[in-house]
Design a protein around this ligand. Structure first.
Ligand SMILES: Cc1ncc(COP(=O)(O)O)c(C=O)c1O
Length: 341
C-alpha cells in the first residue's frame, strides 16, 4: 500500500489553500457554546449522544435511527467498508478521488478497480462506471462533488448507479455539499443500498474536532454499528456539532463569500492563461504544467499553501477557495511568480 501523507505541521499561521478547509475558522458561536457547556465532570464521562442525535436528525430531516455519528467522514468510509467488504471483494472507486477510499478498501483486502474521470473535462464518467458494475461488486465510493476534480454527478446519474448496483453499498460522499447544493439525502427512503456522508470538517470549519454523519436506512445503521466503536466521536466534537447546526447564518454567509471568491479566482487564472476545471466545491483544480511543483514551493515560501496533485494528473495543482481577500492575495503572489519565467 502507498502510505497516505497527511498535511505537514505548522500550517495554522499560513494561508491554508491546500486541504479544502474553511479558511477563516468555525463560527464563534461554536467556541462560545463549548466554553459555556463544558464542565470538568463532563470530561470524566464517556460521551453521550442522545441530544446530538435528536438535534442532528431534525437538522438533516432524517430519523434518529437513520444515521451513524462518525469520527469524520474518514471513519464513515472505514466503517462502511468494514461492514460490507471482505477480502478480495470487488470495490469500485473513481480516479482521481479522495485518497481514503482506496486506502481503507486496501486495508480491508478488497480488490479495487478505478474508473477514470473523463480525459480533459474531468467530467463524471457515468457510462464507464455503469459498465464496470458487476453482480459481485460490494461497494462503490463516490465523492460528489469530487475532490480534487470539482466535478459532480447529477441525481439522474446517482439513481442509475443505485439501480444498476442493488447488491452494492453505494456511498455518496457529500463533504462539499454546501457549495454544490446537490444531495442524495432525499433518496434514502427509496434506495436501501444508498449511504450518504456529510462532514463538519469543511464549510463548518471544525476539521480538528473530527465529526461527521453517515446516513442510510435504519436496518443498515444497525449493521454499521456492529463494526463501529461505541465512543469513536468525542464529547467536544458532539457539543460543537450541536452549536454549529444552529448557526445556519454563518454557513450561508461563508458559502456566499466562497462562491463569489471562486469567480474571482477563475478570472485571475484566465488572466494568467492558467487552465482550470470549473468546480462545484470550495477548490479549483488548475493546470500548471511542468511548473506545478516549482509554483507550489514558491507559494509556500511566501506563506501560501496549495496542493500539488501532479502525481494523479500531470501538472495539476489544487487551490482551495478562501475569502475574496484571500484570493486576491493568492492571485497577487501567483501572478508575480507566473510571469517571472
Ligand atoms: C471527498 C472528501 N471526503 C472526506 C474528506 C475527509 O473528511 P473528514 O475530515 O470528515 O474525515 C475529505 C477531506 O479532504 C474529502 O475531500
Amino acid at each position: 500500500m502507498a502510505p497516505y501523507h497527511p498535511p505537514s505541521g505548522g500550517r495554522g499561521d499560513k494561508l491554508r489553500l491546500d486541504f479544502n478547509e474553511n479558511t477563516i475558522g468555525c463560527s464563534e458561536k461554536v467556541t462560545q457554546f463549548l466554553v459555556e457547556h463544558l464542565v470538568e465532570n463532563d470530561l470524566a464521562v464517556y460521551p453521550e449522544y442522545s441530544a446530538a442525535r435528536r438535534e442532528l436528525a431534525a437538522f438533516f430531516r432524517v430519523g434518529e435511527d437513520e444515521f451513524a455519528l462518525t469520527n469524520g467522514t474518514d471513519e464513515a468510509i472505514q466503517v462502511l467498508i468494514n461492514t460490507y467488504v471482505d477480502d478480495d471483494d470487488d470495490v469500485l472507486i473513481l480516479k482521481p478521488a479522495y485518497a481514503m477510499y482506496k486506502f481503507y478498501a486496501e486495508v480491508a483486502g478488497a480488490s479495487v478497480r478505478e474508473i477514470a474521470y473523463r480525459l480533459g473535462s474531468l467530467a463524471f464518467p457515468i457510462a464507464e462506471l455503469l459498465g464496470a458494475i458487476r453482480p459481485e461488486t460490494k461497494a462503490i465510493l463516490i465523492s460528489n462533488p469530487n475532490n480534487p476534480t470539482g466535478t459532480g454527478v447529477d441525481h439522474e446519474g446517482i439513481i442509475r448507479i443505485l439501480k444498476r448496483a442493488p447488491h452494492a453499498a453505494v456511498l455518496i460522499d457529500e463533504a462539499y455539499y454546501e457549495f454544490s447544493g446537490v444531495t442524495a439525502l432525499g433518496m434514502l427512503k427509496e434506495y436501501p443500498n444508498l449511504f450518504v456522508s456529510r462532514t463538519f470538517s469543511k464549510v463548518y470549519g471544525m476539521a480538528a474536532l473530527r465529526i461527521g454523519c453517515l446516513f442510510t436506512q435504519a436496518a443498515n445503521v444497525a449493521w454499521l454499528q456492529k463494526a463501529q466503536s461505541p465512543y469513536s466521536v468525542n464529547a467536544l466534537a458532539v457539543l460543537a456539532a450541536r452549536a454549529a447546526i444552529r448557526d445556519t447564518q454563518y454557513i450561508e454567509r461563508y458559502v456566499g463569500e466562497i462562491l463569489a471568491a471562486r469567480e474571482l479566482l477563475y478570472v485571475g487564472l484566465e488572466k494568467l492563461n492558467i487552465p482550470y476545471i470549473k468546480s462545484q466545491g470550495n477548490f479549483v483544480l488548475t493546470q500548471m504544467g511542468d511548473r506545478a511543483i516549482e509554483i507550489r514551493d514558491a507559494l509556500r515560501a511566501r506563506g501560501v499553501l496549495v496542493r500539488d496533485r501532479s502525481y494523479e494528473i500531470d501538472g495539476c495543482v489544487r487551490i482551495t477557495v478562501g475569502t475574496k481577500d484571500q484570493m486576491r492575495h493568492l492571485l497577487k503572489e501567483l501572478e508575480d511568480l507566473w510571469r517571472r519565467k
